[in-house]
Design a protein around this ligand. Structure first.
Ligand SMILES: *Cc1c(COP(=O)(O)O)cnc(C)c1O
Length: 841
């Protein structure tokens, strides 16, 4: 037998990551050397690892360009229906490896970089994450872009190019500390600024009555400068566009009118306008009614709509000149009032037929309710139009439900009583032809509880579209060992059709396959342990169970319940040190919103418990607690493939879908979870007996609410819970500051909206079962295989196909956009569109 393969060699073998041709490799090496010279202006004596990363990035980028241009040309010529995905967040993570994989260049690049004497993984690790998102919602947008490109949809992502993405999290003395995410510092090789397509966005001002109707005047203008990022599909020559807007002050900003005096101050004040795209708001599932955030929302919408309409006109009329629309050419004899009415009716009808609204949460504190006063100040004309829309909407409701005043109050776009607010979800529902939730259970809550009145008015609008994840990043990229093992068994087509994973069922009892699956997991665990040791100098035991809870820190996600389980395990070991114990490494990671005090206290508690547990000689190697610093997309790619047990333990009815749960399932972790979000469907797909489901169902939560949740009861009844809470309260984990966690325990007793104590007992019992099974490695791995085989539903390709069919009315296409040519000389081009007449794509 030969020696074991190195990581480098293992990666080379995987054909689903592209074919290594000699010419291919030679061309890549040549490109790399040319970019090091011409783009980075370095030679190998002075080049840094970052220079090598950029040289590789530019080399790979060169392979995108022809395909990108061709794809956009093709859309212009064929003019398919476009899909526009508007989101304030695109949590893209890194781009280099994903691009290599989707273009089929991974293996060739591995070989080229290897031949150049460099380590490609080290280079990949230099890339900054594009952290333009907080958590699941932003990452979903990124997975959707990948799937839309892979399915050949003429799709665009539209958002904001934040100069600072989600903050970097540092842990100092056990506390979270935030650092600015200056992700553009070294330049971004994946974006292309398009200043020629800049658009104006107006704010403030007032509404003036003129002869031809109402006019919005005296506004402040901010320019929206687009930056385009390519979005390659998987092995289909399609490259779509993500267009992110950056705010720029007009050059005459503050230099007209009365401000002319102070030129220097006027130039300095340009920042005021440009602050719109400065920084991502770091809240996950929480509405903070800040003016700057409202500006961001209007900025992306106003710029995007202008861009979309401009492209629409260009495609229909071959010109971007202002086309006289039907309404504009409407006979002039029609009086103005009537003209306006027709315009409003037509516009509202087009709006409804164009837009679809996806709801991502039902937590009341997360739903947007903008104060009317703020909207009036920033967008006075829009407020008037919202009032007009509300009037017509309420007239319709009143006609259908006469004498139901309370219904009118509940369904109004405007919430009265105290601060007047606009309920944005209500506006979205009535302005869309489809409304959907993101997992079955969530869509049911949307329809039967949170927006019940609206579903009674227009039941046909309401749908479900269960979330998914892209198998390219979340399997091929992050877990090549498993991806290849699966390809050996069922072929390579599963990458584009994840439902084929069901074929793995045949191998559930195949001893060799079981061993191989478990070996891949073990290798991933060792690699992750090595990473932790190198980066954080912490040693973990790779033969212990890796019990992982990574996601944003939030009370509803119940990291506190996990923490109580850790304390319970600790106390059991201390009570009976000789009793056999299934060793665990509990890894918890996630960012707390900087203004979310309780979330920060939860982090502090975890680090405090970790400090005691990890330094207790009686515990030794049986239990370790790691708080994983700065959880983000690129760290998810490292930890998820190394996980044995995935923690998905939200209070039933609070997690809309979750997508982290799906990533773990696909990567061979078992789930301990509640019947919440997509966990429900994961259990349906795999069989409930193949997940560790515990705790209250939605009905139980409702019953408990009716009866009244009394945390004290559980504390009195459950000695292990009592012990854990007493320790936290008495300062056992914070001896220098015994009252440090008083707010936490006080919350748990008196205002715990998420009922941690009510699920504690079921959770601990379920964890005991997890440990039991983990002792039987073979049975554990068989359950893992059943989970992987059942995870096909959770591809975002499936999700996007459903959106395309049921909501967007577009066809996924298999049409092969031809592979790119070499760039043509502009003078050789016979197509007048390319030279004389500009077509803005
Ligand atoms: C997938 C993902 C999430 C979402 O995780 P949930 O467990 O569904 O909340 C959050 N952050 C990152 C970095 C992710 O990759």
């Amino acid at each position: 037998m030969s020696r074991p393969l190195t990581d480098q060699e293992k990666r080379k073998q995987i054909s689903i990551r592209g074919i290594v041709g000699v010419e291919n490799v030679a061309e890549l090496k040549k490109g790399f050397n040319r970019h090091l010279h011409f783009t980075l202006v370095k030679d190998r004596n002075v080049a840094t690892p970052r220079d090598y990363y950029f040289a590789l990035a530019h080399t790979v980028r060169d392979h995108l360009v022809g395909r990108w241009i061709r794809t956009q040309q093709y859309y212009y010529e064929k003019d398919p229906k476009r899909v526009y995905y508007l989101s304030l967040e695109f949590y893209m993570g890194r781009t280099l490896q994903n691009t290599m994989i989707n273009l089929g260049l991974q293996n060739a690049c591995d070989e080229a970089i290897y031949q150049l004497g460099l380590d490609i993984e080290e280079l990949e690790d230099i890339e900054e994450d594009a952290g333009l998102g907080n958590g699941g919602l932003g990452r979903l947008a990124a997975c959707f872009l990948d799937s839309m490109a892979t399915l050949g949809l003429a799709a665009y992502g539209y958002g904001i190019r934040y100069e600072y993405g989600i903050f970097n999290q540092k842990i100092r003395d056990g506390w979270q500390v935030e650092e600015a995410d200056d992700w553009l510092r070294h330049g971004n090789p994946w974006e292309k600024a398009r200043p020629e397509y800049m658009l104006p966005v107006h704010f403030y001002g007032r509404v003036e009555h003129t002869k031809s109707g109402l006019k919005w005047v005296d506004t402040q203008v901010v320019l929206a400068l687009p930056y385009d990022t390519p979005v390659p599909g998987y092995m289909n020559n399609t490259v779509n566009t993500m267009r992110l807007w950056s705010a720029r002050a007009p050059n005459d900003f503050n230099l007209r009118d009365f401000n002319v005096g102070d030129y220097i101050q006027a130039v300095l004040d340009r920042n005021l306008a440009e602050n719109i795209s400065r920084v991502l708001y770091p809240n996950d599932n929480f509405f903070e009614g800040k003016e700057l955030r409202l500006k961001q929302e209007y900025f992306v919408v106003a710029a995007t709509l202008q861009d979309v309409i401009r492209r629409f006109k260009a495609s229909k009329f071959g010109s971007t000149e202002s086309i006289r629309t039907i309404f504009e050419s409407f006979p002039d004899q029609v009086n103005h009032a009537f003209h306006f009415l027709i315009n409003v009716l037509v516009a509202w009808d087009i709006t409804k037929r164009t837009f679809a609204y996806t709801n991502h949460t039902v937590l009341p504190e997360a739903l947007e309710r903008w104060p009317v006063d703020l909207v009036e100040k920033l967008l006075p004309r829009h407020l008037q139009i919202i009032y007009e829309i509300n009037q017509r909407h309420l007239d319709k409701v009143a006609a259908l439900f006469p004498n139901d005043i309370d219904r009118l109050r509940r369904m109004s776009l405007i919430e009265e009583g105290g601060v007047k607010r606009i309920n944005m979800a209500h506006l979205c529902i009535i302005g869309s032809h489809a409304v959907n939730g993101v997992a079955k259970i969530h869509s049911d809550i949307v329809k039967t509880q949170v927006f019940k009145d609206f579903a009674e008015l227009e039941p046909e609008k309401f749908q479900n579209k269960t979330n998914g994840i892209t198998p390219r990043r979340w399997l091929l990229l992050c877990n090549p060992g498993l991806a290849e093992l699966i390809a050996e068994k069922i072929g390579e087509d599963y990458v584009k059709d994840l439902s084929q994973l069901i074929k793995l069922h045949k191998f559930v009892n195949d001893d060799i396959f079981i061993r191989e699956v478990s070996k891949v997991k073990q290798e991933n665990k060792v690699k992750f342990a090595q990473y932790l040791e190198k980066e954080y100098k912490v040693k973990i035991n790779p033969s212990s169970m890796f019990d992982v809870h990574v996601k944003r820190i939030h009370e509803y996600k119940r990291q506190l319940m996990n923490c109580l389980h850790i304390i319970t395990m600790y106390n059991r070991i201390k009570r009976n040190p000789m009793k056999p114990f299934v060793p665990r490494t509990v890894i918890i990671g996630g960012k707390a919103a900087p203004g979310y005090h309780m979330a920060k206290m939860i982090i502090r508690l975890i680090t405090a418990v970790g400090h005691v547990v990890n330094n207790d000689p009686v515990v030794g190697n049986k239990l370790k607690v790691i708080f994983l610093e700065n959880y983000r997309v690129s760290l998810a790619e490292k930890v998820i493939p190394a996980t044995d047990l995935s923690e998905q333990i939200s209070t039933a009815g609070t997690e809309a879908s979750g997508t982290g749960n799906m990533k773990f399932m696909l990567n061979g972790a078992l789930t301990i979870g509640t019947m919440d979000g997509a966990n429900v469907e994961m259990a349906e797909e795999a069989g409930e007996e193949n997940l560790f489901i515990f705790g209250m169902r939605i009905q139980d939560v409702e019953e408990l609410d009716k009866k009244g949740y009394n945390a004290q009861e559980y504390y009195d009844k459950l000695p292990e819970l009592k012990q854990a809470i007493d320790q936290i309260k008495s300062g056992f984990f914070s001896p220098k500051q015994p009252d440090l966690f008083n707010e936490v325990t006080n919350m748990l007793f008196h205002h715990d909206r998420f009922k941690v104590f009510a699920d504690y007992e079921a959770y601990v019992k379920c964890q005991d079962k997890v440990s039991q099974l983990y002792m039987n490695a073979k049975e554990w791995t068989k359950m893992v295989i059943r989970n992987i085989a059942a995870s096909g539903k959770f591809s975002s390709d499936r999700t996007i196909k459903e959106y395309a069919r049921d909501i967007w009315n577009v066809e996924p296409s298999d049409i092969k956009i031809p592979p790119p040519n070499e760039p043509r000389d502009v003078a050789d081009d016979k197509n007048p569109n390319c030279t004389t007449q500009q077509v803005k794509l």
